[in-house]
Design a protein around this ligand. Structure first.
Ligand code: CP
Length: 308
């Protein structure tokens, strides 16, 4: 397939074939990170700018390493010491950086739609690294990659996404991605943080954790986003943990043998996931992080490494 897109904003607009192209390319890039010299030349001479307006450990580091392993130059723009604090707009900021001849912006922002606005303003590529409650496409792509690698397929598998769906860009991207690839997606959590509109995306909803878990091949736990709980969606965190958290008892009683646990990070240990579940065999949490580099290498290569 010839890759035609300038930007990657979300999985909503990608076709199943496009998703598969990224995953297939990531397979070949995964091997690069196992070499003694972890570097290949395709992005030599390209400049990638990390433009993160929100904190990040995994995504920012992963994009930086992915770009460097493809031999690109990487600029990690420090928003806190930039002229944004003097009132400069995000598009003026991006246009000024672009005037220094860069090729790609990786954008994370607390406002849904910010990467798209930047993408419309610059001719460089823009990759969404998570915008508000909208999408986090490369997180979902690395999740799809991890599931396909572990289970040999995505089509027909049952994935249960548990938790704060209302505030989760990861949930939205994963619902688009897994449904497009033929998986059965069930979302579960308290009714106040699992909006019914999610059904329109092709996912089933249940408010019963037992029902969500019993057939799941993948149990995907979402971070409870305490910083985005502006209203009283939950009676208490303790109650959430009791009714929807995964602990040893729930794991043994309901989750079927051979099912995998996933989480995008950062985890609230003891809240949505107990430590003995996060760290046990069958948890793919660190494999997800490892696979993030290969997937982001594939996205960067397709976006700025091949002639359009
Ligand atoms: N999964 C994820 O987006 O983690 P970070 O916030 O650390 O990037």
């Amino acid at each position: 397939m010839i890759w035609k897109r300038k930007d990657l904003i979300g999985l909503e607009e990608l076709t199943g074939d496009e998703i598969e192209t990224i995953l297939d390319m990531a397979v070949s890039f995964k091997e690069v990170s196992t070499r003694r010299v972890k570097k290949v030349p395709p992005l030599r001479g390209k400049t990638v700018v990390n433009l993160f307006f929100e904190p990040s450990t995994r995504t920012k580091t992963s994009f930086e390493l992915a770009a460097k392993r493809l031999s690109a130059d990487v600029l990690s723009f420090d928003v806190s010491t930039s002229s944004i604090s003097k009132g400069e707009t995000i598009t003026d900021t991006a246009n000024n950086i672009e005037a220094m001849k860069v090729d790609c912006f990786i954008v994370r922002h607390s406002i849904s739609g910010a990467p798209q606005i930047i993408g419309q303003s610059v001719s460089s590529s823009v990759i969404n690294a998570g915008d508000g409650c909208h999408e986090h496409p490369t997180q979902a792509l690395l999740d799809l990659f991890t599931v396909r690698e572990k289970m040999g397929k995505i089509e027909g598998i049952n994935i249960a996404i548990i938790g704060d769906v209302l505030h989760s860009r990861v949930a939205r991207s994963n619902i688009w991605g897994f449904t497009k690839m033929g998986a059965n997606v069930c979302v579960c959590g308290p009714p106040t943080i699992v909006p019914r509109e999610i059904e329109k995306m092709g996912a089933e909803i249940t408010y019963s954790i037992d029902e969500a878990l019993q057939d799941a091949d993948i149990v995907y736990l979402l971070r409870l986003q305490r910083e985005r709980q502006k209203e009283n969606y939950l009676t208490s965190l303790k109650e959430y943990s009791i009714y929807y958290g995964i602990d040893e008892e729930r794991y043994k009683r309901i989750i079927k043998k051979g099912a995998f646990i996933m989480h995008p990070g950062p985890m609230n240990r003891g809240l949505e996931i107990k430590s003995d579940i996060a760290d046990r065999d069958g948890s793919l949490i660190l494999e997800q992080v490892t696979n993030g580099i290969a997937v982001r290498m594939a996205v960067l290569y397709l976006t700025i490494g091949v002639k359009k």
